[in-house]
Design a protein around this ligand. Sequence first.
Ligand code: PLP
Length: 393
Amino acid sequence: MEKEWNTRTKLVHGGTQRSQWGEVSEAIFLTQGFVYDTAEAAEARFIETGPDEYIYARYGNPTVAMFEKRIAALEGAEDAFATASGMAAVSGALISMLRAGDHVVAARALFGSCLYVLDEILTRFGVEVTFVDGTDTEQWRAAIREGTTAVFFETVANPTLEVIDIRTVSELAHAVGATVVVDNVFATPVFSRAIEQGADVVIYSATKHIDGQGRALGGVILGTRDFIRKTLEPYMKHTGGSMSPFTAWVMLKGLETIDLRVRAQAASALAMADALQGHAKLSRVIYPGHATHPQAALVREQMGKGGTVVSLEIAGGQTGAFRFLNALNIVLISNNLGDAKSIITHPATTTHQRLSEEQRAALGISPGLVRFSLGIEDADDLIADVMQALDAV
Ligand SMILES: *Cc1c(COP(=O)(O)O)cnc(C)c1O
């Protein structure tokens, strides 16, 4: 029955499992352990853990399982594993499947911590990583070779909002038997059809749109049952990056409203991108859902909508960008995204500060670039706030 539900129904009811009390809101099983009736029952459960059986919260927990089932239903994945943060998900997915001598091809435009995992950690353990311009099919074609184990990319790159063609890269990867792992945060679970388009493993930082209200860190990895239970779960449960039951409950409540929130945020982002076209204080307005985006056709095909983030290049470099940020009244200066509250970030001095100036330039992170995550406030209020702040530049 659940399989045939439409998205909004899945988001409210998917994965729900009620206790004998018949609670309406999902129960938080705030317990790290579980009691066995007998010593023999404990032994049997350690040999084979059946459905609805648990051992220890690092391995699994009923509230966490509800979250995993709900997001798997939404994404059309066979299974999911919830993690303590988005980075526990990224590092866990990659490390659990790789070994020394393996070869990974990754897009260069990555969230700073993702770049650290690929460039500094995996290479330390003998994994070879080749970085490519993710928007250039020919670079993927040249880099993916016989024996490539995995490819990794952010489907929409942070913060430059370049979009990577999941279908094309997946075909190239699958031709040599490589696993396609995507960080899908900016696409959001609402607009994603990544698995249908060829991704084998889909990762979210649940900290972003899934919570959507800035309360908790979390992450999730989605894939085939075989990958999640045989490759990933042993790694996660023994290394300790599992999600806490309380966080899972926050994320379950977040999923209930994610479709409403993200669609409203995307509508505001489009309205903002429209209102800012040709503004004298801006040298660029980047929004994947706008007709002016260089990959507008791919965005329509792959995501339908453009997501919840607009990036702006302020004339006057860092000085201009700082004046703009400091003049905003509603939009908060912070570094989360996907939140109900509008948040603005200056990547060059915060999220991407660790990179060299050359690396930032190569990624298009100029001193004037700001990343603007649209919240669920009234769009006219947000546009008015941005316009008055641009006057201060
Ligand atoms: C935030 C983010 C992450 C990391 O998620 P955390 O929950 O902060 O660990 C990974 N990838 C992308 C694209 C992100 O935006």
